[in-house]
Design a protein around this ligand. Sequence first.
Ligand code: AMP
Length: 396
Amino acid sequence: MITMDSFSFSGKKALVRVDLNVPQDANGKVTDDTRARAIIPTVKKIIGDGGSAILMSHLGRPKGKVNPAMSLKPIADHLSSLLGQPVLIATDCVGPDARAKSAALKPGEVLVLENLRFHPEEEAGDEAFSKSLSELGDVYVNDAFGTAHRAHASTTIVAKFFPQAKLFGYLMQAEIDSVGKVLGSPQRPMTAIVGGSKVSSKIDVLRNLIGSCDELIIGGGMANTFVKAMGGSTGASLVEEDLLGTARSIVKEAEAKGVKLHIPADAVVADAFAATANIDQCDSDAVPVGWMALDIGPKSIETFRASILRSKTLLWNGPMGVFEMEPFQQGTIAIAQAVAEATSHGAFSLVGGGDSVAAVNQFGLADRISYVSTGGGAMLEYLEGKALPGIKAVLG
Ligand code: AMP
């Protein structure tokens, strides 16, 4: 298995799947370039070695049709300013222009292919389309963790045309290594913190984590389903009635495996789903009729914090409350701070899978976490214990 550090790209044309699917304003200006910045180390290594980089990505959802509003041109221009050198753009990702520009590429140069999803063959994982892409480069690098859970042409199928010359980019490798530190052979005790709105979207994550963690903290809207399943009164809180049995079986599974399960003891409750609602606190199993639990309360914060601070490995996925509204963000802030504090005492912390990433960024704590994942859906599937097609294709 070749790696970025062991491989010399000298004289090679590297075909690199990156994630340049960045948010833009109405004029196409990049509003958050986190994903573009994340691929810079990989691109710099390739060109620094004396190779050239052919970058391919999707942008938005053009649904298999050319849509000028979703052109990668403005992103290529932005990338050029990040790299401090010109970046070429091909008018398509396959066909004569892509072939000619790739063929003419000199060592040290960077070319961005036009949006892969202008072709329906990309998401269909079409073999012939994958082969056309493969013909542009000598070596395949996958650095797009955000799409590693999709068996698309550029993320998965193309790898088969590089049986001896395929590898992970730095970003992808960092994501894989971080999950390995949590789910592989973690330093113990290992605590997983799972929040967010619904149990339904996290059942497989919870089941998989029960197999590897010592303590499991459940917060957010999904905790209400657990509280109700254990006989509590949840008022008008978000509860998935059809999952009460599932919640009970997860509690039993945790018991059977000796995993210490933490469900919130108290809650911040409101009489409407609004920042302007009347707000109170109560035990989480005694929410008054018509009121809803929108954050964890102070007793829960104290217990969760203690669990986090005694851990050597931490995984956090999903907020503890409706953190988008100021009155309900204290629980999420407190957990973010506890994770950062544990990290400063030597614990390894991984925050991944959507809104908890937004939360640590919003609260300015991202640089105090060991690793903040770039892939929402991909991270969630990885934490479910699934083999991601984009990873399998490079390893296989
Ligand atoms: P998810 O995408 O499943 O990780 O869920 C994230 C969403 O869960 C955020 O938008 C939160 O506002 C929401 N959320 C967290 N706690 C609650 C709660 N107690 N009731 C309703 N929604 C919540």
